[in-house]
Write a protein that binds this ligand. Structure first.
Ligand code: C5P
Length: 240
């Protein structure tokens, strides 16, 4: 694998649009991208047929629905995601031990039944939209960073594959969770991109150096006049 290919493997492009045509035109414009993230908005608008269409174009899907429900319901949703061929999906770790366990078992069973690979299960800990005050008002006794660590350790103990974390948390979590834990990091901004509504950003190179396995990048690529040129520039910068 060349350096360029190995860097491409770590980039997930967030398709934060609400229409099928817009999503597909971005995918067509970005043939070099390996991973696309489909979130709540796009999935609610366009459903599983879009997942299938993007997969058939040769890409891997990160289905970011942040599942959070009773164990049986989450397990059912995970099975459906396995049938759709997604490679990675998110669930809320605050759904608890049993919910995560059932999700993992469902992913394994359905993948074995179909003879496919189990998707990576990625835990969401504390949403970056919440601060210490918000946690207090929810009755959570820890501050944000302790709660992030507590939930990440629980997810690891249960056998999830990784967690989503802010760029600021990468190094702290890498130290405590070890090398065998996937860290997926949004809030990434190349030097030439606007920070938009992201408050704490890191450059792609910084985030990878600190130990992120995957970088989730949306607007710095998708909102550029030429998404493909922006993507290739990003890869060239990382390569060098
Ligand atoms: O456009 P931008 O690069 O800011 O997009 C980042 C993507 O990562 C969006 O899909 C956003 O919902 C997601 N995300 C985030 N911060 C988190 C979790 C997910 O920006 N803490």
């Amino acid at each position: 694998m060349t350096i360029k290919e190995s860097v491409v493997e770590k980039i997930i492009i967030a398709l934060d649009v609400a229409e099928r045509e817009k999503a597909l035109s971005l995918v067509k414009e970005l043939p070099e991208v390996k991973w696309f993230k489909i979130g709540l908005e796009l999935f609610t608008a366009c459903g599983p047929s879009l997942v299938e269409a993007i997969r058939e174009m040769g890409h891997q899907i990160f289905l970011d629905l942040k599942l959070h429900d009773i164990p049986n319901t989450v397990a059912g949703a995970v099975r459906a995601a396995v049938r759709q061929g997604v490679s990675m999906l998110t669930l809320h770790t605050s759904g608890g031990r049993e919910m995560m366990l059932k999700a993992k078992e469902a992913a394994l069973e359905e993948a074995n039944r179909l003879g496919t690979l189990k998707p990576k299960l990625i835990g969401v800990t504390v949403l970056t939209s919440l601060n210490d005050e918000d946690l207090k008002s929810l009755g959570w006794i820890e501050n944000v960073s302790s709660q992030v660590l507590r939930l990440s350790l629980l997810a690891k103990e249960i056998g999830l594959d990784g967690s989503v974390c802010s760029a600021q948390e990468v190094s702290f979590l890498r130290q405590r969770l070890g090398l065998n834990w996937l860290l997926i990091t949004p809030g990434i901004r190349p030097s030439w991109a606007a920070s938009d509504d992201q408050k704490r950003v890191l450059s792609p190179a910084e985030a990878l150096q600190l130990g992120a396995n995957f970088l989730v990048i949306g607007r710095p690529i998708t909102a550029q006049p030429s998404p493909r040129q922006a993507f290739l520039q990003l890869i060239d910068e990382l390569k060098s």
